[in-house]
Design a protein around this ligand. Structure first.
Ligand SMILES: *Cc1c(COP(=O)(O)O)cnc(C)c1O
Length: 395
């Protein structure tokens, strides 16, 4: 391999994330635009079939949807979770995992995370269960599957549903089982930054019965195949069975997604190549802690979350990010814990220390650029620049 001389900093800003869109996706979208069928239709159906097949799941187990947030919302609604019910989830997630619990009128209950994977701690879940608990929403943080064995055991013991937030977890597996085929429902995100993108979009997976109910709710509560009502084989007649949502996926999104799904394995290979370079370089620096990958899982590597050993540095995480930004390297933080956001903090009187692991780890984490479009030179520059900040600010 060609030797790359590591540069410190960049002449131009390196974005934290960029979508990977090839000419093939562009052609597929244009073809769909010319086909005269631009919203939910044949491409969406094909994407659902190919996505289910990709997971090794049977037919009618995937529902194309407008976002992962919509998928989580519909899943809760399909399971009749509502006022008076409690749903347990993690503070280390994007706000929408929790806002959907509020949308259905249920009460979010947070349980702290495991320090290494930053996923739901099964012991904390167990301690949070009350007679009102109806469901658990584990988040496969950064692409590392949550401790599903223990979570499913707890769910079975207490008769709870498991809805997985797999926004980061395509493709991932837990003890040989594909994420998307484990819990009652699994919600994937195809947002612009995710491993597979349709700009906005998502996929909800589950049993054919669960998916049929979710499908109905995702499109106005109209009965089967109402999306066909303007086509030659469709009918004008439909019936509304429930006050549904407007969460359907468009064929423009599905056309994009079909090409992305075909390219996913290659894009993942590139992510793993970048991860290996990061891990190798950062493992040597005592000021840094590299992400954990347990032995019995397949990691989707959506995010590379580096943790700072703050006692070995003279600066905090915010300053570390500023120093990288001053050297033209974009980073982010995943996530500002739910219980620190004003709405939740005030509504539930949560204090930072109520979830001590989430709070402590939040203060020392940052996410580095990780996407297939990063060149080997970009990766070498990120490494050299992180090393430069460490070297300047070590104790
Ligand atoms: C991105 C993300 C979501 C929301 O996905 P959308 O498709 O944008 O609705 C939910 N949960 C987590 C953990 C995410 O990172």
């Amino acid at each position: 391999m060609e030797r790359i001389s590591p540069k410190i900093g960049r002449a131009t800003f390196l974005p934290f994330s960029l979508p990977d869109i090839s000419e093939e996706e562009i052609a597929a979208v244009v073809e769909t635009l010319r086909s005269n069928w631009i919203t939910t239709g044949p491409k969406t159906k094909q994407f659902e079939r190919e996505f289910a097949a990709y997971l090794g799941a049977g037919s009618d187990t995937a529902l194309g949807i407008s976002s992962c947030t919509a998928a989580l919302h519909v899943a809760l609604a399909a399971l009749n979770i509502g006022p008076g019910d409690e749903v347990i989830t993690t503070p280390i997630t994007f706000c929408s995992t929790v806002s959907v619990i509020e949308h259905v009128g249920a009460t979010p209950i947070l349980a702290d995370v495991i320090p290494d994977t930053l996923t739901l701690d099964p012991a904390a879940v167990r301690a949070a269960i009350t007679p009102r608990t109806k469901a658990i929403i584990p988040v496969h943080f950064a692409g590392h599957p949550a401790d599903m064995g223990a979570i499913l055991r707890i769910a079975r013991e207490h008769g709870l549903y498991v809805i997985e937030d797999a926004a980061h977890a395509l493709p991932a597996a837990y003890q040989g089982q594909r994420v998307g085929t484990i819990g009652d429902f699994t919600a994937f995100s195809f947002y612009a930054t995710k491993n597979l993108t349709t700009a906005e979009g998502g996929m909800l997976t589950g049993s054919p019965e669960h998916i049929a109910r979710a499908r109905l709710l995702s499109l106005h509560g109209m009965d089967r195949d109402a999306w066909k009502r303007y086509s030659a084989e469709g009918s004008w007649f439909y019936e509304v069975i429930a006050p549904g949502f407007k969460y359907n996926m468009t064929d423009i999104q599905a056309a994009l997604g079909l090409v992305q799904l075909k390219r996913l394995a290659a894009m993942q290979e590139r992510r793993r190549h970048i991860i290996r370079q990061y891990n190798e370089a950062f493992a040597e620096m005592g000021e840094l802690e590299t992400p954990v990958e347990r032995l019995d899982i397949e990691h989707a590597w959506h995010l590379y979350v580096l943790r700072l050993n703050l006692d070995r540095l003279t600066i905090d995480r915010a300053r570390f990010i500023e120093e990288l930004k001053a050297r033209n390297i974009g980073t982010s933080v995943h996530f500002i814990p739910i219980h620190l956001h004003p709405y939740y903090r005030e509504k539930y009187s949560w204090k930072p220390e109520d979830f001590p692991i989430a709070y402590r780890e939040y203060q020392r984490m940052l996410s580095l650029p990780l996407y297939p479009g990063l060149s080997d030179e970009d990766v070498a520059t990120v490494i050299a620049t992180v090393a430069d900040v460490v070297q300047q600010f070590r104790v």
